[in-house]
Design a protein around this ligand. Structure first.
Ligand code: KIV
Length: 262
């Protein structure tokens, strides 16, 4: 049974789905051992790993490199590759070629792309080519230049209706799941109840079929404390403490000791 079929069975059985981001083999091996259902190589690696201010600069070659690393560590856990900005908007043909590269060259199980009704033709073309697609509606970080920020979407009736129509379009186009980002919990609950594919929420409350977060946020590795991400560890603080101790130990001759020497 393919890993995505297993995912569908879990969804149909009412099991909550756990999706976390991974960008390399070290992290994906930890995620696999922890039992996450899906690893997402998000274009968020642009901010989280590469230090850019948003997700726009990361390109296909960089994403491919990270998807390859992630698949190597994933131990069979399904991996979704995020399609970077302008890798699927220019033409359906280009979207097919780029999505195909994630499958053929990097070993991804599926791709994710942003957009609701506007993404319908691309999602339809990819699924017709047997490439599983996860949609992404609500807040779409790749649209930041036109939307102007990262605020909660769907607070007005009009906006909520637009997001519902987007989620439905993604399903109708053939996607196997849809990410709902930064929408009110009530709206996410309504969308989840109305769809026949799983919703994966981020900042979308507890009623989605599953949850996705940036792993570095929940591990406390990133500086900003986000309302949407409970921190399960404070690894940045611990790492900083360890590194500072190492610096002073070397400066003052406490390491390497005899134990660390030949
Ligand atoms: O790029 C990303 O990490 C994402 C998720 C957080 C949904 O798109």
């Amino acid at each position: 049974m393919t890993s995505l079929r297993k995912l569908r069975e879990k969804y149909l059985a009412g099991e909550k789905l756990v999706v976390l981001t991974g960008y390399d083999a070290l992290m994906s091996s930890l995620l696999a051992e922890a039992g996450v259902d899906v690893i997402l190589v998000g274009d968020s690696l642009s901010n989280v790993i590469a230090g850019y201010p948003n997700t726009l600069p990361v390109n296909m070659e960089q994403m491919l490199w990270h998807v390859q690393m992630t698949v190597r560590g994933a131990k069979g856990t399904p991996v979704i590759a995020d399609m970077p900005f302008l890798s699927y908007e220019v033409s359906t043909e280009q979207a097919l070629v780029n999505a195909g590269r994630f499958i053929k060259e990097a070993g991804a199980d599926a791709v994710k792309l942003e957009g609701g009704r506007s993404a319908y033709p691309v999602i339809q073309a990819l699924t017709a080519a047997h490439i599983p697609v996860c949609g992404h509606v609500g807040l779409q970080p790749q649209s930041v230049l036109t939307t102007g920020g990262y605020s909660v979407q769907g607070r007005t009736e009009e906006e909520a209706a637009r997001i519902k129509a987007d989620a439905l379009a993604v399903q109708e186009a053939g996607a196997f799941a849809v990410v709902l980002e930064m929408v009110p919990a009530k709206l996410a609950e309504e969308i989840t109840a109305s769809l026949k594919i799983p919703t994966i929420g981020i900042g979308a409350g507890p009623h989605c079929s599953g949850q996705v977060l940036v792993t570095q946020d929940l591990l406390g590795m990133t500086e900003a404390k986000l309302k949407i991400a409970k921190r399960y560890a404070e690894l940045r603080r611990e790492a900083l403490e360890a590194l500072t101790n190492y610096v002073s130990d070397v400066k003052e001759g406490r390491t390497p000791s005899e134990e660390n020497s030949f």
